[in-house]
Structure formats: structure tokens, C-alpha cells
Design a binder for this molecule. Structure first.
Ligand code: SF4
Length: 240
């Protein structure tokens, strides 16, 4: 019986990552944050804070409301906390995010003369800014080489056999070693979209995947068909 799980020996050859990302770029041509952040580093920074554990459509609507009220660090630092909360609601953890956004804006004004830093190490000094956010600001906001690795990029890079890593930070460093720099800014959004819609954490849709022929499907569990589920349920009733 064919299995979706391949042995490690079949994954020794690195997958053609440029071809894979080019194919996925055709499937997912736009970065989901482009329309509201417009490559503005400050908007990318705030948008990324709002997006954590929040659906894209909720993030985009929250960003539009917040940026309509204030679109510079100084203007946003002038908003009271309750106003920020209301503008970004119902983003996940909106109360905590409102505090983070206000604190970051105040720091930008007092420490950086309202200019967003363009390097990862300085961005990491802000409370609430992790490597994912810092890389996105540098890559999407400033157009500099940066690899933003979230759980989707980590999972799919490993399923493809392009890296073999335990966590997103290790994946970022592995990709920095291996991925050609001209693909650094692309890999985030195409793999995030691919992970949201096709290469899902549970129930990867390999049957409709445009890069299936390049993928060894490492550690991918086959999807249960409705028929299998019904059978499993029937067996369970017999066992009672
Ligand atoms: S959906 Fe399946 S075939 Fe496509 S990248 Fe994910 S694991 Fe590979």
C-alpha cells in the first residue's frame, strides 16, 4: 500500500527550492499584508504585532482602522490605550497587543526619533518584538534580505526535506545558510499561504498540492478519508 511517508534515504537529494517557490508564487502572487502596510516599515511592524495568532482578514481590517486613526509612531503614541484596543478588536489578545503597540510607539518616539530601525538586533530590543516580526520588518518594510520563519515556514521546509530542524529559530539559521538570498523575502509569504490553505498542520492536502511531485512528504500523516473515519467509528462500536 503506498504511504505518504518516505524513508530518509529518499530525501537525501535537496528539493529544487527555486522551482518550488516560483510555482507557489504563481499560486499565491501577493503578500497578504501588502495592501495595508504598503512596504512602510512602521506599518509592517504594527501589522505584524496585530497578526500574531489572528486570521489574515481580521488583521487587515484591524490595521485599516488603526492606520486610519494614526499612521505614524508619534500619532499612534498619542492614542489612549482604550482607543487602540477598540480599533484592533477582535484581533487575538487585543488587550495585550494594544499595550505592546503603545509601548513600541512611545519607544520609537523617545529612543529613535520616530524612525523604525532597519536591523534585526535593534528591533529585538523592543518588548513584544521577536525574530519573526523583526525579520518581516527588515524584509518587507525595508526590502533587505531577511528570512521570516513562522510555524508554517518551519513545518513545510521540513516536510520538503530542505532543512531538518526542531524549531522555527533553527529553521531560520538553516535557511540563512542554504537558501539563495534572492529567495529570502519570498519564502515567508508563499509558505505561509501554502500552509494556511494546502500544506496544513493536520490533514495536508497533498492531492491538490502544486508541488507534490517535488515533495518527499517527510513526517506527513495521510489524511483520513470520510470512509476511513466511518469504519473506525464502526470498529469502536464493536469494541464497546
Ligand atoms: S501538501 Fe503534501 S505534497 Fe504539498 S508540500 Fe505539503 S506535504 Fe508536500
Amino acid at each position: 500500500m503506498p504511504s505518504s511517508k518516505k524513508s530518509p534515504s529518499k530525501t537525501a537529494v535537496s528539493p529544487p527550492i527555486e522551482t518550488i517557490l516560483t510555482t507557489l508564487t504563481k499560486t499565491f502572487p501577493d503578500h497578504p499584508m501588502d495592501t495595508v502596510t504598503q512596504n512602510n516599515p512602521f506599518k509592517v511592524l504594527v501589522g505584524c504585532i496585530i497578526s500574531l495568532r489572528t486570521k489574515d482578514e481580521v488583521t487587515m481590517a484591524a490595521c485599516e482602522r488603526l492606520f486610519a486613526a494614526a499612521d505614524t509612531p508619534k500619532a499612534m503614541a498619542g492614542l489612549d490605550l482604550e482607543t487602540i484596543r477598540q480599533l484592533i478588536y477582535p484581533a487575538g489578545f487585543y488587550k495585550t497587543k494594544a499595550v505592546t503597540i503603545q509601548t513600541i510607539c512611545q519607544e520609537l518616539v523617545t529612543r529613535f526619533n520616530s524612525v523604525v530601525p532597519d536591523d534585526i538586533e535593534t528591533l529585538l530590543t523592543f518588548k513584544g518584538v521577536g525574530r519573526k516580526t523583526a525579520n518581516l520588518v527588515v524584509g518587507l518594510g525595508f526590502g533587505k534580505p531577511a528570512i521570516c520563519v513562522d510555524i508554517h515556514v518551519h513545518r513545510i521546509s521540513n516536510r520538503l526535506g530542505y532543512v531538518k530542524t526542531k524549531d522555527p529559530e533553527a529553521t531560520e539559521w538553516a535557511l540563512r545558510e542554504k537558501l539563495p538570498p534572492h529567495l529570502w523575502s519570498v519564502i515567508n509569504w508563499v509558505l505561509v499561504r501554502h500552509g494556511q490553505e494546502i500544506c496544513k498542520p493536520i490533514g495536508a492536502r497533498c492531492d491538490v498540492c502544486p508541488i507534490e511531485h517535488h515533495c518527499p512528504k517527510i513526517d506527513v500523516k495521510a489524511r483520513k478519508s470520510p470512509k476511513e473515519s466511518a469504519t473506525t467509528q464502526w470498529v469502536k462500536t464493536l469494541e464497546k
